[in-house]
Design a protein around this ligand. Structure first.
Ligand code: NAD
Length: 385
């Protein structure tokens, strides 16, 4: 049985505890560490598990007999904690965004290579059945080559979202909606369409005056194949209408699920191709669902990777690709220029310090609290079903 330590006891920690505990006895959470033992103990009590609470993450990792560590602390701590755990022989599942910069991702990937341990990055949306099946359907190619992709990562967060002390500052949060919320959809974009080769972006902050960071970014993309794309990110959108839209040569495939297959009439106007539509819908039905959904899918995937010595579906490299595209969106938004990928390590946007030094401050952060009022949170993809 795999023994798991969870670092962080905030809004997402119980979700990870429950995910590992749901794998039919293959994993058990043995400890939770946070800044205060009381908040770690609260997660333990809430989840009804037999585990120890720590206020020092290093002690938790060193004292507990464990092989997996889940890092769910603020992003500025991900690299330090993940590298420490990997160097002490633990497999690591690190929350999104993987780190504060591509350079931090490279340090984590290097630590995983040196230690021979697995590094996985939280991307639970990949393990939602409609998204999992859409990825497979696109990869099989029956819809033809990709021409255009539009991803809308539209969320709503009220202004008090940025009152939490580490949010709303480039220094501690690392970015605005593109980095924190759209990271889920940018991951899906890169996973399903590949990394673009060219990015042109604009950024703004319309409705969050306690944050230095952007609350909207719009990016135009060009892929190495010549396909074009649009990656739109915002936290000002009523109803949070999130979607993925892939226009391929023979059909378009969307999440929420919709397939459209048209051919030309003699006058070039569209008419449905019922045969192709039927075939694509039938194949979509046949594609097996992931073994477990969402966070449990991630936990199961990491365990599978450990036991078969293979790469997890959501690997360190894929977390890095996501941050590379985000860095390019920031570089283009800050400089007003089109940015080419891969991102050069010489670019200031390769490093967290370079991002901090070069991004616009939309507002000054004035209010800071250690904890927001408890209320349910809505997780990524819940509104893409
Ligand atoms: N995958 C998702 O859908 C999802 C949803 C929410 C949050 N997240 C991510 O999870 C991470 C945490 O977010 P959150 O909303 O739970 O934050 P939070 O502020 O609610 O909780 C952070 C936790 O980290 C702990 N912590 C801080 N410094 C520490 C230290 N030095 N040692 C040990 N523990 C320390 C705090 O005590 C707290 O328990 C972030 O990276 C965030 O982006 C992911």
């Amino acid at each position: 049985m795999h023994r798991v330590v969870v670092l962080g006891a905030g809004s997402i920690s119980a979700t990870h505890v429950r995910a590992f505990e749901s794998l039919d006895g293959r994993a058990k959470v043995v400890a939770v560490a946070a800044r205060h033992t009381s908040s770690a103990q609260k997660i333990i009590d809430e989840c009804g598990i037999d585990a120890r609470a720590y206020d020092d993450y290093r002690r938790a990792v060193l004292e507990e007999d464990c092989d997996i560590v889940v890092v769910c602390t603020p992003p500025a701590l991900h690299c330090e904690m993940a590298v420490f755990c990997l160097e002490h022989g633990k497999h690591v599942l690190v929350e999104k965004p993987m780190g504060m910069s591509v350079e931090e991702c490279d340090r984590m990937i290097a630590a995983a290579k040196r230690s021979g341990r697995k590094l996985s990055v939280v991307a639970q949306s990949r393990f939602f059945t409609p998204i999992w099946k859409t990825k497979q359907l696109l990869a099989e190619g029956a819809a033809g080559p990709l021409h255009f992709v539009q991803v809308n990562s539209f969320w709503f967060r009220g202004p008090m979202y940025y009152d939490l002390e580490w949010r709303g500052r480039w220094e501690t949060e690392g970015g605005g909606c593109t980095f924190v919320q759209a990271v889920h959809h940018i991951d899906l974009l890169c996973w399903m369409a590949g990394l673009p080769s060219e990015v042109t972006a604009i950024l703004g902050n319309r409705a969050h005056d306690n944050s230095e960071e952007e609350d909207i970014s719009l990016a135009l993309l060009r892929f190495p194949s010549g396909a074009l794309g649009e990656m739109n990110s915002a936290i000002i959108c009523h109803g949070q209408p999130q979607s993925l839209y892939f226009v391929c040569d023979r059909a378009s495939i969307s999440v929420p699920h919709k397939i459209v297959a048209d051919v030309s009439q003699p006058n070039a106007f569209p008419i449905e191709d019922p045969e192709l539509l039927r075939a694509l819908e039938q194949r979509f039905e046949e594609i097996p669902a992931p073994a477990y959904e969402g966070f449990a899918g991630l936990a199961d995937d990491l365990i599978r990777a450990i036991e078969t010595d293979t790469q997890p579906v959501s690997s360190g490299e894929s977390g890095r690709a996501t941050l590379e595209l985000i860095a390019a969106i920031y570089e283009s938004g800050a400089t007003g220029r089109t940015v080419q990928l891969p991102l050069s390590p010489e670019s200031p946007f390769y490093r967290a310090q370079g991002i901090r030094d070069n991004m616009p401050r939309f507002h000054q952060k004035r209010t800071s609290v250690e904890k927001l009022e408890d209320a349910p949170i809505i997780l990524a993809s819940e509104n893409m079903r």
